[in-house]
Design a protein around this ligand. Structure first.
Ligand code: SAM
Length: 238
């Protein structure tokens, strides 16, 4: 059976063509460049805002599921602050490898695990994908075509708090994504970026018994924390 970075057995590996091409876009050079930038300047503003929002109710002793965690910025920041453990699921092997190296160098190797694959498919195929107190999707919603499926899988895994960073609905963003997607089409890549309307995000999460407890924004990004309306561990999606 294939092995993922970090030695975790890879199950439910099947990735859609979109995710396969995401791996081309989020490749080794990009990952190493992003890690260098993080080490030099810290997390970007939107990630910092999400981290601040999560810190408000504390992270110590909590478990984290970092979906599409990239080079591991959220894990690196919160493990330093007493997070118990982190699982990183990502559709990009280069990102997982770079994140693993950075976390090991930071002394967090023992408290982190990784799984490669499409998070939605992993949850659908493998009921053992562990739930976590905190689940984060930092700039991941805009990389995935099936919004409802992505949010439903996220809700399914969230015990306490779900942190999201996704694009605001702005004309400028729509134009930028259209140009980017034209470029992917010319390159014959199946990867696309998506501007899922915030209203739709809200409707889906509310329908699954979640309420928004924190909302912030930057020029481009919407930053939100959602919690099960009936308290931690109370989400019962189906
Ligand atoms: C724009 S990057 C963001 C990385 C990081 N969260 C950050 O904010 O720097 C999107 C990440 O999500 C991952 N991703 C996209 N769709 C995914 C899916 N369905 N399952 C798992 N990871 C996914 C990509 O491989 C990539 O690592």
């Amino acid at each position: 059976m294939p092995r993922s970075p970090g030695g975790a057995t890879v199950r439910g590996m099947s990735c859609c063509s979109h995710c396969r091409d995401a791996e081309g876009f989020f490749g080794d050079r990009t990952a190493r460049r992003e890690l260098r930038r993080y080490r030099k300047r810290g997390p970007p503003t939107s990630t910092r805002r999400l981290l601040d929002a999560l810190r408000e109710k504390g992270v110590e002793g909590r478990t984290l599921l970092d979906v599409g965690g990239g080079v591991g910025m959220i894990q690196l920041e919160l493990l330093d602050e007493g997070l118990r453990s982190a699982l990183h699921i990502d559709a990009s092997r280069p990102y997982l490898e770079v994140a693993e190296k950075a976390l090991t160098e930071a002394g967090h190797g023992e408290r982190t695990t990784r799984r490669f694959g499409d998070f939605v498919e992993l949850v659908a195929q493998d009921p053992d994908v562990p739930a976590a107190e905190i689940v984060t999707l930092d700039r991941v919603i805009c990389c995935y075509p099936r919004l409802a499926a992505l949010l439903e899988a996220s809700v399914h895994c969230t015990r306490e708090r779900l942190g999201l960073v996704y694009p605001r609905e702005r004309v400028g963003t729509r134009v930028a994504l259209a140009i980017g997607n034209l470029w992917f089409r010319i390159r014959r890549s199946d990867f696309r970026a998506y501007l899922h309307p915030p209203d739709q995000v809200h409707r889906i999460l509310e329908a699954h018994g979640f309420r928004r407890t924190r909302s912030d924004r930057t020029f481009i990004w919407q930053v939100e924390v959602w919690e099960p309306a009936d308290g931690p561990g109370g989400s019962t999606p189906d």
